[in-house]
Design a protein. Sequence first.
Length: 402
Amino acid sequence: MIASAWSPKARKWLIGRKSIFEKIQADIDTRGKTSTFIWVHCSSLGEFEQGRPIIERIRMQSTSHTIVLTFFSPSGYEIRKNYPVADHVFYLPMDSKKNAAKFLDLVNPHLVIFIKYDYWYYYLDEIKTRKINCLLISAVFRRGQTFFKWYGGFQRKMLRCFSQIFVQNEESKALLEAVSISNCIVSGDTRFDAVVEIEKNFKDIPLIEDFIGKSKCIVAGSTWKEDEEFLQKLLDQLTDDKAKLIIAPHEIDKRHLDELQKLFPTSVKFSELAAEHDPVQILIIDNIGLLSRLYKYGYITYVGGGFTKDGVHNVLEAAVYAKPVVFGKNYQKYSEAIQLVECEGAKSFSSQDELFQIVYTLLNDADDYRQKCEASGKYVSQKKGATQKVMSYIEEKRLLTS
C-alpha cells in the first residue's frame, strides 16, 4: 500500500486487483460459459510475447475453446487487456489457498499453460490436486537458482506440479534431471517464432519512412536514461556521418519524455510528426506498439537496458530483420544476447569510446556491416520452431479435446 503512493505501477497493480473476483465472475457470466476453458498465465509483457505464438496457434486450431489470459504485472495487463485472441484477460488474483481454489472454481480450465516462470505455489498445488494438465513453456534454468540448492525443496515441489516442462536448452534439462525432474522436453524459445511472425506480417509506417528518407538511421528501442546519455554523446561524435536517430524509450510518461527532449533539444515527438515537416535528425516515439516494426527501419539497431540491473531487453525483435544489434554490457542473463554476440550479429559495449567505434565501423565499413546483418538474420532463422514442438505435444496428448 505504501509503494502505491509513489509508484504508478504499484498503484495500477492494486487498483487492478480490487474486487477482482467480482470482475472475473461478471465477465464470465456476461460472455457465457458454453465451452471448454484454457488458461494461459504470463508474468508480464515479455512473457506474453513468448506465449503469443502458442495462444494464436491454439485459436487457429479451435475456435470453440475459451481462452483466459492472466497477468501478474501491470506492464503486461495494461498493454494487452484488449488482446483480441483471448476471450478474457484478467489480473491474476494474489496467490493464496483460498484465492487459488476460488479462481479455479470460476474458470475451471481443461488445460493450464504457464509461460517461462512466475511460479505460484497455491495455484500450482491446486492445479495438481485437481489433476488438470499444466504445461510450462519456454522455461530456462540456471545453476545458481534456488531450485538446485540443498534448501530448494519447496521450489522443486512447485516444478513437480507441471505435467510437462518445455525448456529452452539442454543445460536447463540437465539441471532438472539432476533433481529428479524428468518430464521435460528441449523445445527452444517461442520468442523466435513470435518475432519471425511479426517480420512476416510487417506493415509499413509511412511517417517513419518519410522521416528517414535516404539517411542511415539508428533505431534505439526500450532505452533507459543511461542508454539515452550514451546516444546523445554518440550523435555529437558522429558529426561527419549525418546519421538520424529514432528513440523508443522504455518509459513514455510525460516526465521522461520531457527529460528526453531536454537531452535532445532538436528532437520531435512521433505524435507531432507530420508528413510535411522541416528536416529533423532525432525522433522520439511517444506511444506503445511500434517498436517491433521500427527496428526494420534501422540501419543499425540499439537495444536498451544493458546498463540496468535486469539487463538488456528483447534483442530478437531487432535481429529478426537481419540488422546489426548493439547493446550495453549487462546481457549475461540472456542466452539469445550471448549467442548473438558469439555469432557476431551483435556487439556489446562498456564505454562511450567503444560505442563510437562500433557504430562508426558499421556506418563506414560495408563488408563488416554486411557480415553482421547476415549473422543476426541467420541466427534467428535457425532458432525458430519451438511453437511447433509444443503444439505437436498438445496434439499428441489430445490436450485440446474436452
